[in-house]
Design a protein around this ligand. Sequence first.
Ligand code: FAD
Length: 331
Amino acid sequence: MRIAIIGAGIAGLSAAGALRAAGIEPVVFDKGRGPGGRIVSKRTPYGGVDLGTQYFTARDGEFRAAVDDWRQAGVVEPWVVTPLVLPERQPARPQERLVAVPRMSALARYMADGVDLHSGVQVSEMVRESTEWAIYDRHGESLGQFDSVLLTAPAPQAQSLLAEPSPRLAARAVAAPMQPCWSAGVVLEKPLDVDFDAGFPSSGPLGWVARLGSRPQRPDDPEIWTLHATDAWSEANIEWSPDAAGEFLARSFADLVRRRPLIRDQIAHRWRFARARTALAEPAGYLEHDHLLCAGDWITDGRVEGAWRSGRAAARRLLSLAAEQSGPDGE
Ligand SMILES: Cc1cc2nc3c(=O)[nH]c(=O)nc-3n(C[C@H](O)[C@H](O)[C@H](O)COP(=O)(O)OP(=O)(O)OC[C@H]3O[C@@H](n4cnc5c(N)ncnc54)[C@H](O)[C@@H]3O)c2cc1C
């Protein structure tokens, strides 16, 4: 059974892990430089800065079991936070926040270990040829023929790939629009004297702030804060240059903490497709059309856990398709 997985984010890697455990080696393609997708840490002269996913939670039993394995392997640790407390907002429900160590991208690297991963390869076309899927890169070069394909790109990218081979699935992707997000890492000359590590400011352009050094195994000298703009600000200003957006977010942070921290450097990143505005909450956890499956956070609940569960559900379906194909005698 030849299976291609497009995308080496959490959904694609979760599926790859389940397939490999069942004895099938999928071929994984990702247009990025390495695995992880939105679980990413930007390399900087100050070390890795987590500019994408900040933390994740584990509510579902199967995902909790995976998290336990990651904790035993030393890839994931809880992040104990002193939250930003706002008089106008109820404190958040206590929940265990989990982070990969020593940086978020370590989880993807761990999950990708041993996987047949082809990074820097953008899949641009999928064509149904008789009983196989032929896939092509953006130069029109063939990437091979596969019995099944699992597509795990964010909804808008999935939509353009699906338009030709499955208008029905493309329409499902249109129904899961995604929210952009400006993210910045702000490097300070001196540590800030504030009594919180992280939180969701309730007004202004910042939707999330977090001190990198409060997470396990991160350097805290120099002090670095991760800032995310609100959905509304990100959407209105998505075409700003990274420098302008980073400077603006750093100034907004100074307003928030009512101090004028000396800023040594800032690194901004534009996420055009950060989170699903309305995820599909698809009960199966995946979408399917003629041996072409889709998985990803937008199909479930827009979070790391949902992406992982979606990848697992798709892998189970691929395994049942493989069993059907090999027939009762395993031929
Ligand atoms: C700023 C930000 C903050 C977040 N914070 C949190 C949080 O605190 N908690 C939480 O649970 N979640 C958070 N999320 C959401 C979380 O990151 C996602 O739910 C999860 O990582 C999605 O995984 P995925 O595998 O579905 O998609 P992705 O991680 O997007 O993976 C898809 C992969 O497909 C690849 N790809 C796309 N198109 C192609 C193509 N044509 N050819 C080849 N490869 C392709 C991409 O390069 C990418 O690697 C956050 C996201 C962002 C951006």
